[in-house]
Design a protein around this ligand. Structure first.
Ligand code: AMP
Ligand code: ZN
Length: 675
């Protein structure tokens, strides 16, 4: 598009660092500039900064404000100090604070956020100015209307040719402007049909001037289709920043941010409130007013607008045909934390470490790692105390849940659930996460992780929909598996008092807990992946980066929901961030499960959902590279920025290089062949 062409002439970005002394922080930014392919200059005094700036007109200026004895950064940026100020010269303004962090990736993230946030928005605004100047100068009559055909703009040539003044036309619908009788009667309909299909229309059109004269015009009508919309990005290069800027809501937020720059105080403050609303998590669910309004309205709104998740009336589905598993008899024997066999207890000693080997536990427990790890982790978090339930109930519950995972699946078995539980518990111990979540959120997260894939058939949602499975019919092809995991979990839990861990809590507490568990299990659905990650970045990462005080960001109910969703999502697909050997094992297991699905699709003549996962042709390294590029990198960048997980990022980097290495050698297997 012309806009991107205009924008591209501004790249690479020019960055000016104003640092009294070079140190690890200025080096961090220098390296980050290099990584991002920006040009970077360094100035040590306000005077040299100004001189350098007037020469190069940098797009970004970073001023060191830590040592005010060297120079006063705020004064340098204050518009009223004309003589030694860069402020009057830069449009973007002095608009962000960066808290000292010399980590190159942190600097890099900051630069990218600035580029894809304010800087690009500024470029676009500048580009718009250029385009409108061109339109004003054009000899051709040009008219712009909105989608519903309200006139938004006419250029001077239009005014001259048609005899109207702009003011007479703006805001009017085009049908209100008199039309010539000389056109064929169905011409307008033909044009509209064409435009609605997104196609350009070109032809002869008779227009009526203001004075009533008809003139023949050679007209071209071009529909302008918004970017964003339903287009999906397929590039694996989508880094978090470019990805978020593509979401329409992010564009809106950036435009408003840019507009705030040049708005008077009351407008800027009003826009702040607009931003607050736009950043809320549930943009489309109306917030119900307090009870003192008209009761009819209250009931109607409550009855029609509240969905199943929030109503929580206990109307779980009854899955009539297949009987869920009951406790296998060999496991029904009492088992408590105190009498866990020593070999198993020993295997679990390193449970607090990220590098904990879940496959050891799988072997030691004869494929029942969830019950044992569950007992240990739930006790560590005081879940029984919170739920006020006997340990025996928790134990039975864990056993029933585990019995309903399919040990015949190579990936989606109870070892995966135990792995996700482990990751969840690990994340819950991170400082930022602890700051934002309440005890009930922690309990909900542990329960959600435990049940999140229960009764997984080892086939994907698309497979179940294509095959017309009972579950797909039951859940209308929408979030089929996730709905089933959540519903079945509650069914298994509440069906029998012996394993009903919710039996001893208050009704309201149960509702809150149930809602949180359902929300988290549904959040693992991958069609919503980008929505969850985007919301997290927009509502949490970005505001946290911009503010010093962050209490309210962390603890607002909306944001706690986002943190919980992100937490379980990251736990669910954390296998690429595990130590290499574990990561390889998981990759082998998921590939095998996908291969089995492809085999079955072929056998049954069903559409092959993921043709690359054909055991005869698949390159596992390539599939892992794509998975990491498309789903993992951005998400964990954001999660790491929040929860601080350098060890995971290190593993991820290492594992990615491992897959790249195999791929460069054109190997398709999990491991290189023996020398
Ligand atoms: P869940 O079914 O809740 O485990 O959702 C996670 C999704 O990510 C599933 O569709 C998995 O098949 C997929 N997934 C997890 N790990 C990998 C991996 N290493 N490679 C490819 N897909 C994966
Ligand atoms: Zn899962």
């Amino acid at each position: 598009s012309p806009l991107t062409q205009l924008i591209s002439i501004f790249s690479p970005l020019q960055v000016l660092l104003v640092f009294a002394k070079e140190d690890s922080q200025s080096n961090g930014f220098c390296w980050a500039c290099e990584k991002a392919n920006y040009r970077c200059s360094l100035a040590h005094t306000p005077e040299s900064a100004l001189e350098c700036f007037s020469e190069k007109h940098h797009d970004l200026v970073i001023v060191d404000h830590r040592h005010s004895r060297h120079f006063d950064a705020e004064a340098l940026c204050r518009p009223d100090r004309e003589e030694a100020s860069v402020m009057p010269l830069i449009n973007a303004g002095f608009n962000r604070r960066y808290v000292e962090n010399a980590n190159m990736m942190a600097c890099y993230n900051e630069l990218l956020q600035l580029e894809h946030g304010e800087v690009r928005a500024q470029f676009k605004l500048r580009a718009c100015n250029a385009i409108f100047t061109a339109l004003e100068q054009s000899q051709d009559a040009i008219e712009i209307t909105s989608e519903d055909q309200v006139i938004q703009y006419v250029n001077p040539a239009y005014e001259a040719i048609m005899g109207y003044q702009q003011g007479e036309l703006l805001g009017k619908e085009i049908i209100e402007v008199p039309k010539s009788e000389k056109n064929k009667p169905d011409l307008l309909e033909t044009i509209n049909t064409c435009i609605r299909k997104g196609k350009e229309w070109q032809g002869i059109y008779y227009a009526k001037k203001k004075n009533g004269d008809n003139i023949q015009q050679n007209v071209k009508i071009t529909p302008v289709i918004g970017q964003g919309g339903s287009q999906r990005r397929h590039s694996s290069m989508a880094r978090i920043h470019s990805m978020t800027i593509e979401a329409p809501i992010t564009k809106v937020i950036n435009i408003i941010n840019a507009a705030q720059e040049s708005s008077p105080m009351p407008v800027a403050e009003a826009l702040d409130r607009v931003l607050e609303i736009l950043r809320t998590t549930e943009l489309y669910s109306p917030q119900l007013g307090t009870k003192d309004e008209d009761p009819h309205t209250n009931d109607l709104v409550g009855g029609l607008m509240t969905d199943g998740l929030r109503r929580l009336s206990g109307n779980e589905y009854i899955l009539s045909t297949k009987q869920p598993h009951h406790l296998p008899s060999h496991l029904a024997t009492p088992l408590s934390l105190n009498d866990i066999p020593p070999r198993i207890a020993q295997t679990m000693e390193t449970e607090g470490s990220w590098d904990f080997d879940i496959f050891n536990l799988e072997a030691a427990t004869m494929k029942r790692p969830l019950t044992y790890l569950g007992l240990k982790i739930f006790s560590k978090f005081g879940v029984c105390e919170f739920l006020n339930c006997p340990e025996a109930t928790l134990r039975s519950w864990l056993q029933v849940i585990e019995a309903n995972y399919h040990s015949s699946n190579s990936y989606h078995n109870s070892t995966h659930a135990a792995d996700v539980l482990h990751a969840t518990a690990y994340f819950l111990c991170k400082e930022r996460v602890k700051q934002s979540l309440d005890p009930i959120d922690e309990v909900a997260a542990l329960i959600a992780a435990t049940v999140h894939d229960v009764d997984h058939p080892g086939r994907t949602n698309s497979f179940l929909c294509n095959a017309g499975s009972e579950l797909a019919i039951l859940y209308n092809d929408t979030a089929v598996l996730e709905s089933h995991h959540a519903a079945l979990a509650f069914q298994l839990t509440t069906r029998d008092d012996k394993c009903n861990i919710f039996k001893y809590i208050e009704r309201n507490e149960y509702r809150t807990l149930r809602q949180a568990v359902i929300d988290m299990v549904l959040a693992t659905e991958m069609t919503k992946h980008f929505e969850h990650v985007n919301k997290f970045v927009n509502s949490i990462n970005k505001p946290l980066a911009a503010l010093e005080e962050n209490g309210s960001i962390l603890t607002s109910p909306e944001n706690r929901i986002l943190v919980k969703r992100m937490l379980i999502k990251c736990a669910d697909i954390s296998n690429p961030c595990r130590p290499l050997e574990l990561c390889i094992e998981w990759a082998g297991r998921i590939s095998e499960e996908y291969f089995a699905q492809t085999d079955e699709e072929k056998r049954q003549g069903l559409p092959v959902v993921m043709p690359v996962f054909d055991r005869h042709t698949c390159s596992i390294p390539k599939s892992q590279i794509s998975f990491i590029d498309y789903f993992i990198t951005d998400m964990f960048d954001a999660w790491d920025a929040f929860a601080d997980l350098p060890n995971l990022m290190q593993h991820l980097d290492n594992n990615f290089k491992y897959w790249k290495g195999l791929d460069e050698r054109k190997l398709h297997s999990l491991r290189p062949p023996p020398e």
